[in-house]
Design a protein around this ligand. Structure first.
Ligand code: FES
Ligand code: FES
Length: 934
């Protein structure tokens, strides 16, 4: 850490203060943000910046012992003060204990919020040595986390307080070789997340890098013409260049699905959505920051935009893309049996229409990175979920071979699907390539929100029918998704939803039709569940209606209809084994029965405006791509020192693949975890493990890692001339093979190295076996499904319209729980996102594009979550494992909405169920004479 910075000009000041116990001086305006001084002058990048507006708390530091937002604290305010950042916590007893507790509790996932959380918790524990959970929630209430659902964070902090007089937590002992699977192993990349040394997209930049700033459309739709760009550059000292569509060396087009690629790096002539980039200004950092974007020479002609599905589908609507008739990007279809006939014959029929809006991913880390040209190669270091997909698109944009592009993923501060799409990368690539200078780009929170993908808004119409005994007969489902101006993952949503819209139940007669519809709003893309959370909101509420219509308990209705290994899915697939939905539903039965009784009693007795309700919902989700190849390749190498290099390209965005994949590989090889050296993500050093999405990494990359581990084991035994049943021992002395009474230490140090630099290299690829779907959507879309069911208990204030979730019980069939702590973390985080979707989150383009107006759940909003892990092994997955990431979010919102109906008898056509909508529905119901009990 530099201790003294000389002022550069007379107007700048030198301000001295103490940071983490050392006296430092920082130069510059006393008005500049402390967060910036810490990160850029003092190199303390553990302090994160998520909003620069006091909304996220990621930048929390201690100022003379009190927590403050460093982004709202001016340098001049800390003159002579003591500042403590996450890097300084380890020197205090409380800080060090907290860091260890966060690790053992699994309280850090992506880690972007972790420094702020740790600092806020330290401030609490310094004043209150043994806080209770409510005091903890108050203390961390200003620090947002999008990954964990807060429960493990609260537990970690309470645990430190509860054991304040005991010696610090020891690290959990490493499992014996061959026994890692199933253990609550501390995440292998966890230490960097709690000590502040993890490198995210904005944390590392070449010192001489120029800054890039995009010029974006302020209109949903507009034509534009540039003025004199050359004069603009000339008249602005420090500006090096402006790039527009005509400067793109290769194709001015990219997209996550090559067949549908349609998104320009820079709009040419017409912007199709607010926030679309039309130019990039590149220059010295100070010049870019001083730039008034209103000075940029562009003339706009605003055009009437299409902003909703009906307008887009209207006869003679303007086509947003000439080659896409009716503004329809793509249709999806799954049809089985005779749905009309079955609905006619059904003894109980229900129908409904539901709408959902855009949902913002709201990861704490805005997009960021840098690029540099190295000869005829380009290197991009940025946050991403899909390094190889990025590589292909950047190669096309620059007009060079994919092998000439190196993508180096940083740690990812949350992605949830949005960081599958390119963001900063095309601008960085074009600028670095053409200028031959390193360039950097860091999105502001606003820029992130106006320009990156969102969850698809949906409008769903459905009818269902069952017998009077409650056996489901038919479902007729039609959904339109507002996919925005460009395709992004619209085709995936349109294809995946019809396969899943039945829910995890046997529905003999079925028709599900979907359309992804273009509008002039920002592109909707991937967001945890690819449209299935939206369809589950509609389908699970409809099934409650059918159960009620048939006079059958809502849980028993679901159990009666649950898929098993012998009943065909709506695509005709018979799963055989690993169908754990019935077990998930049955696991909820005790709490379901108890809550029904308790809440009936509460509602009968209460004289207040509070009403309680309980709801549930089931879920299934196919792991990996829908009927498309999605292989992963894993390479492992035995080094001369007996250590094992694990090259796995699955990007860990907080979900834990770095740890899970290593656990699987270690057990396949029978090697201790600590013998592994992990190499992740970098396209120059790891094979392609595909994208981190669709709950595929545990299944697909995990299976490849298992095969590679087994292969290496066989190769070592062969090298030793030992039988398959021999044991291999890895330790500091190298590798020893014991075959019966014979023991042989391998002379690795003298052995030749292969092309990869290892004594032995093993590489394996796995691609889940699927088949294409026919014209009716019949076939095998996924090799493995995860199953689950959630039960939500809520309390509604009927005077205010507010809904408080009291508890969620979440049962998930994960096949095999490779690491129960990490799985619980996924479930708790999924519940928090589902709660947000049900009750508070809706993004309106052009309004509230910040974390002040767009609310996500904070610590006080998220209830206790009881996770029940069901292990019905998949015959395909590694050690029987299935995915969990997307699955966890799907049933929460419909369970809450069913609980809302249970409590006060209302169903909202449009979610989220915000207090104004709930209150309006209560009043409307009362006006009709129904009161609030239905
Ligand atoms: S960066 Fe300071 S509160 Fe968000
Ligand atoms: S772990 Fe909290 S934001 Fe990711």
């Amino acid at each position: 850490m530099p201790s003294v910075q000389e002022p550069k000009t007379e107007s700048e000041q030198l301000i001295a203060f103490r940071v983490n116990g050392r006296t430092v001086s920082a130069s510059g305006s006393p008005l500049q943000r402390l967060s910036r001084v810490l990160r850029e002058q003092l190199g303390l990048t553990g302090t994160k910046v998520g909003c620069d507006a006091g909304d996220c708390g990621a930048c929390t530091v201690l100022l003379d012992g009190d927590p403050v937002c460093a982004c709202l604290t001016a340098l001049g305010q800390v003159d002579g003060c003591e500042v403590t950042t996450v890097e300084g916590l380890r020197s205090s007893k409380v800080g060090a204990r907290l860091q260890q507790s966060f690790l053992t509790h699994g309280a850090a996932q992506c880690g972007a919020c972790t420094p702020g959380m740790l600092v806020a918790a330290t401030a609490l524990l310094d004043k209150n040595a043994a806080p209770n959970p409510n005091e903890v929630m108050d203390a961390i209430g200003g620090v947002l986390c999008r990954c964990t659902g807060y429960r493990k964070i609260i537990d970690a902090i309470v645990d430190v307080g509860a054991n304040v007089d005991e010696s610090p937590h020891e690290e959990l002992p490493s499992p014996e070789a061959g026994t890692a699977v199933g253990k609550r192993l501390v995440r292998l990349d966890g230490a960097r997340k709690v000590d502040g040394s993890e490198i995210f997209g904005a944390d590392e930049m070449p010192t001489n890098a120029l800054a890039v700033r995009a010029v974006r459309s302020p209109y949903h739709r507009a034509r534009f013409q540039f003025g004199d760009l050359t004069a603009f550059v000339r008249e602005h000292p420090g500006i090096a260049a402006v790039f527009t569509a005509k400067d793109v060396p290769g194709q001015n087009c990219f997209g996550v699905i090559p067949r549908f690629a349609d998104q320009p790096v820079f709009a040419a002539d017409e912007a199709r959505h607010r926030g679309e980039a039309l130019a990039a200004v590149v220059g010295e950092v100070a010049a870019i920051e001083a730039l008034e974007i209103s000075d940029f020479p562009v003339r706009w002609e605003e055009l009437p935009p299409i902003t909703d599905i009906d307008a887009a589908l209207a006869a003679r609507a303007t086509l947003i893309h000439e080659h896409r008739p009716d503004n329809i990007l793509v249709r999806g279809r799954v049809v089985r049996g005779n749905v009309e006939d079955a609905l006619t014959k059904a003894e109980v029929v229900a129908q409904a229409e539901y709408e959902t809006g855009f949902v913002e991913h709201a990861y704490i880390e805005p997009e960021a990175g840098f690029a540099r040209r190295v000869g005829d190669q380009i290197e991009i270091q940025a946050c991403t979920q899909a390094p190889y997909m990025d590589r292909n698109d950047i190669a096309a944009i620059l007009g060079i071979a994919p092998e000439s592009v190196r993508i180096i993923p940083t740690a990812v501060g949350g992605g949830f699907g949005s960081k599958l799409d390119l963001s900063v990368q095309p601008f960085l690539a074009v600028a670095a390539w053409l200028l031959r200078r390193p360039v950097r780009m860091v999105y502001s929170r606003n820029e992130s929100m106006v320009s990156t993908t969102k969850r698809h808004p949906s409008r769903i119409r459905l009818r269902g029918g069952c017998t009077k005994e409650g056996k489901l007969q038919a479902l007729d489902f039609a959904a339109d998704f507002n996919t925005g101006a460009y395709s992004s993952w619209g085709p995936t949503v349109a294809a995946r939803v019809p396969v899943h819209a039945s829910g995890p139940y046997y529905v003999p007669h079925y028709r599900a039709l979907t359309r992804a519809v273009h509008t002039n709003l920002l592109p909707a893309g991937a967001f945890r569940g690819f449209g299935v959370p939206q369809s589950a909101i509609a389908q699970e509420q409809l099934y409650d209606e059918l159960a009620d219509g048939a006079g059958i308990d809502r849980l028993e209705f679901r159990i009666l209809n649950a898929l098993d290994g012998n009943t065909p899915t709506v695509t005709g697939q018979v799963l055989g084994q690993g169908v754990g939905i019935r077990a998930c539903l049955e696991a909820l039965r005790p709490r379901w029965k108890a809550a029904r009784l308790e809440f009936a009693e509460f509602n009968a007795k209460t004289t207040s405006a509070l009403r309680r309700g309980v709801g549930l919902a089931g879920m299934w989700y196919g792991c990996g791509n829908t009927s498309l190849p999605n292989p992963s390749t894993v390479r492992i190498g035995l080094k001369r020192n007996g250590r094992i290099a694990l090259h796995q390209g699955a990007v860990d965005i907080g979900q834990g693949s770095n740890t899970i994949v290593t656990q699987i590989c270690a057990d396949a090889l029978s090697a201790p975890i600590e013998r592994f050296d992990l190499l992740s993500g970098d396209t120059a050093i790891t094979p392609d493990c595909g994208k981190t999405s669709a709950s595929r990494q545990t299944l697909v990359t995990g299976k490849a890692a298992q095969s590679a581990g087994e292969q290496l084991r066989r190769a070592i035994l062969k090298l030793a001339g030992a039988c398959d049943c021999a044991n291999i021992y890895f330790d500091d002395d190298g590798v020893t093979v014991r075959d019966g009474d014979t023991s042989q230490k391998l002379a690795l140090a003298r052995m030749p190295l292969d092309q990869y630099g290892y004594v032995i290299t093993s590489e394996a690829t796995f691609d889940p076996p699927t088949s294409p779907l026919d014209e009716n959507g019949q076939g095998v879309p996924y090799a493995v499904f995860g199953f689950g069911a959630h039960l939500a208990e809520i309390e509604v204030d009927t005077e205010l319209g507010t809904v408080r979730v009291l508890k969620v019980t979440a049962a998930h069939d994960v096949g095999r729980a490779i690491n129960p702590t990490l799985i619980e973390g996924q479930i708790e985080g999924g519940v928090a996102q589902g709660l947000g979707m049900a009750l508070m989150e809706e993004f309106f383009p052009g309004k509230g594009e910040n974390l002040h107006d767009y609310l996500i759940p904070s610590a006080g909003d998220v209830p206790p979550v009881e996770s029940i892990l069901i292990e019905d092994p998949s015959p395909v997955g590694p050690f029987g494992a299935k995915g969990i990431g997307e699955q966890a979010v799907i049933p929460t919102a419909p369970a809450i909405l069913n609980a809302l109906h249970d409590a006060i008898g209302i169903r909202l056509k449009r979610v989220p169920a915000t207090p104004d909508r709930v209150r309006a529905a209560i009043l409307a119901k009362a006006t009709k004479g129904g009161g609030t009990r239905g």
